[in-house]
Design a protein around this ligand. Structure first.
Ligand code: SAH
Length: 587
């Protein structure tokens, strides 16, 4: 028997039979993108439903010599051996590969049992001779081959690309592949790991060929002068992190991050990158600024690539300037990767353009925070109040709002000037309150808005209803965990307005930080294996009782119920994207 893997996308396959065995074959085929026709006088409900949804063609009738050359593959799974035999012989005559369930004599090919980890597949077969042994072996391997192999195979694919890009001779390429395998696979334990970016760099260096890993790593570290990248994480929506910011993060040995930057951490950050949270946790005090400064200098001096990740833009009310001064004084190389500042982005998400021709020709980003201290620099309320063609955007604004409004009114601002407060702008938890400047403080209090929030005052706020594009999206406000192996699904949910938290397998420490950053509303799982590995993550903060488990297919749903998940919603395995969005939106 000669094993191959087939690309069945858009190939026409025939399944004769309509029972449970036929159903499993049909599901396997559809999962691989085949076009399936089922011929059977009676079929189980699931097959009928799939036909109703247009996922397969159902011909409810007896078999009449249909196994001809028009099919790529043919399966027979009726409980009548005679029919099965006719299908097989017709297929043989037509020269088409045919499989009869549980009848090795009537098979021109056999289906191996499979253990899948990401794009990696282990197939086990016995040429149809001992299926019981194959089933038991599959179970054994299912237990022995950990979930980490999925991430490992993606990293192997990426590494192969990096090696190919070197354009090195064949034997050097093979040596580099050997290196990857030796360093990441434990052959006795049958476990694997994803290498760090630093390791991969070291292996790919021309001089790394003959040195062992630890010395290569040491050399790489010693050669490198530490660098601190002060990176703006953007306002909260993960997609608003810049390309360069993401590149620095993926390359970092250590990441020092604030609370406001949590949601923007890439979930596929190398698991080996050190994570240093220095923001304020609920009830805790933030790490004092001097300690953060010391930490940055210490990490950089040990030769590490450090990312200091700050919400929004590092230089906009973010103390980035102070940290850069400290690094400069310590002789530590640093760079700035600007970010999308929340004062502009949260307003865009709230439908407020911060400038507008003929309406607002000036934009003032300010904080009233300092003004609260008598010895701090004072805000010129008199100037701000006298400028009707301007937009004022106030950072750190919740507690300062009443005083700011009182001052502006005292200095003559038109009390009916439109005003808005946006909480958690650009995130799934965004809320906004629209009012006039004089009414905003009481409206904000009534709505119970809390930091982080910004206010804006000015004529352009009047556009906020017509330009509110975000709350019109069907999945606005949803924050869904999606297995990282399903990027298309994540992209579809995002385009419908959801935040998709792409969870790698196994979960990275960064993914755990991201999941905990804001409450989750749901998760999507397609297989029992996905349920199993997501199960371990559900104790994290972010996973409240309200999280809905959207299970695509009965297998995932059954496992989720078995594991006692609450709010399990079963959907068809092959549900169309639009239907999925509509269902989640309607929940
Ligand atoms: N460097 C950041 C600002 C840090 S100061 C930037 O450029 O955006 C912290 C203040 O920023 C918060 O008190 C709040 O006023 C504002 N802020 C940050 N992220 C926000 C968000 N997603 N929504 C609303 N306000 C936000």
């Amino acid at each position: 028997m000669y094993p191959i893997t087939l690309d069945l996308r858009n190939r026409h396959c025939l399944v004769v039979g309509g029972g449970g065995v036929a159903l499993r074959k049909v599901q396997g085929l559809i999962e691989e993108g085949a076009r399936v026709t089922v011929i059977a006088p009676e079929v189980v409900d699931s097959l009928a439903e799939m036909a109703d949804r247009g996922e397969l063609v159902l011909e409810k009738r007896e078999y009449h010599g249909d196994a001809d050359q028009n099919w790529a593959l043919i399966f027979a799974a009726t409980d009548d051996r005679e029919t099965n035999a006719r299908v097989f012989h017709d297929a043989e005559e037509a020269g088409v590969w045919c499989n009869v369930a549980d009848d090795p004599e009537l098979c021109s090919f056999h289906l191996p049992a499979r253990v899948r980890r990401g794009s990696l597949q282990f197939a086990i077969g016995s040429a149809g001779k001992a299926p019981f042994a194959v089933r038991r072996l599959r179970k054994l391997l299912e237990r022995r081959i950990g979930p980490e192999w999925g991430a490992w195979s993606s990293s192997a694919a990426r590494y192969r690309g990096a090696v190919r890009a070197l354009g090195a001779p064949r034997d050097r390429e093979e040596a580099l592949f050997d290196r990857f395998f030796q360093e990441t696979v434990d052959p006795d334990e049958l476990t694997s790991r994803v290498p760090t970016a630093a390791e991969e760099r070291a292996w790919l260096e021309p001089s790394a060929e003959s040195v062992d890993c630890s010395s290569a790593e040491k050399k790489a570290t010693a050669d490198r002068v530490g660098l601190v990248s002060l990176v703006g994480a953007g306002p909260g929506c993960p997609g608003l992190l810049t390309v360069r910011g993401r590149q620095r993060l993926m390359d970092a040995d250590a990441v020092v991050f604030d609370r406001l930057a949590m949601a923007a951490l890439p979930t596929d950050l190398a698991p080996e990158a050190e994570l240093h949270p220095v923001g304020k946790e609920a009830g805790d005090h933030p790490v004092p600024q001097e300690e953060i400064n010391d930490l940055l200098v210490r990490l950089a001096r040990s030769g590490k690539k450090v990312v200091r990740l700050k919400g929004g833009d590092p230089y906009v009310f973010g103390r980035g300037g102070e940290e850069a001064e400290v690094l400069a004084a310590a002789g530590v190389p640093f760079e700035i990767v600007p970010g999308v500042t929340s004062g502009v982005a949260a307003m865009a998400w709230a439908g407020v353009p911060v400038t507008f021709r003929r309406e607002a020709v000036r934009l003032t980003l300010f904080t009233a925070h300092e003004s609260a201290k008598p010895d701090g620099p004072q805000v010129r309320w008199d100037l701000l109040a006298q400028d009707p063609h301007a937009t004022l955007v106030g950072y750190m604004g919740v507690s300062a709002l009443p005083q700011a409004v009182a001052k502006l009114i005292e200095h003559g601002i038109d009390p009916s000037t439109p005003a808005v407060m946006v909480e958690q702008g650009t995130t799934s938890a965004q809320r906004r309150v629209i009012s006039t400047v004089s009414e905003l403080p009481s409206a904000v209090e009534a709505a119970g808005l809390e930091p982080p929030a910004l206010f804006a005052i000015g004529p352009t706020v009047a556009h906020s209803d017509t330009l509110d594009w975000i709350s019109r999206l069907p999945l606005a406000g949803h924050r869904l965990v999606v297995p990282a192996t399903r990027p298309e699904l994540g992209a579809r949910l995002e385009s419908a307005g959801a935040e998709a938290v792409m969870l790698p397998l196994p979960a990275t420490p960064a993914a755990r930080v991201v999941m905990a950053a804001l409450p989750l509303t749901g998760c999507l799982v397609c297989t029992a294996a996905e349920v199993d590995w997501m199960d371990g993550e559900r104790d994290g903060s972010g996973w409240g009782d309200a999280v809905v488990a959207w299970c695509l297919g009965p297998e995932a749903a059954a496992r989720a119920r078995e594991r006692g998940w609450s709010n399990v919603r079963e959907l068809p395995a092959e549900i169309d994207d639009d239907e999925l969005v509509a269902t989640v939106a309607g929940s």
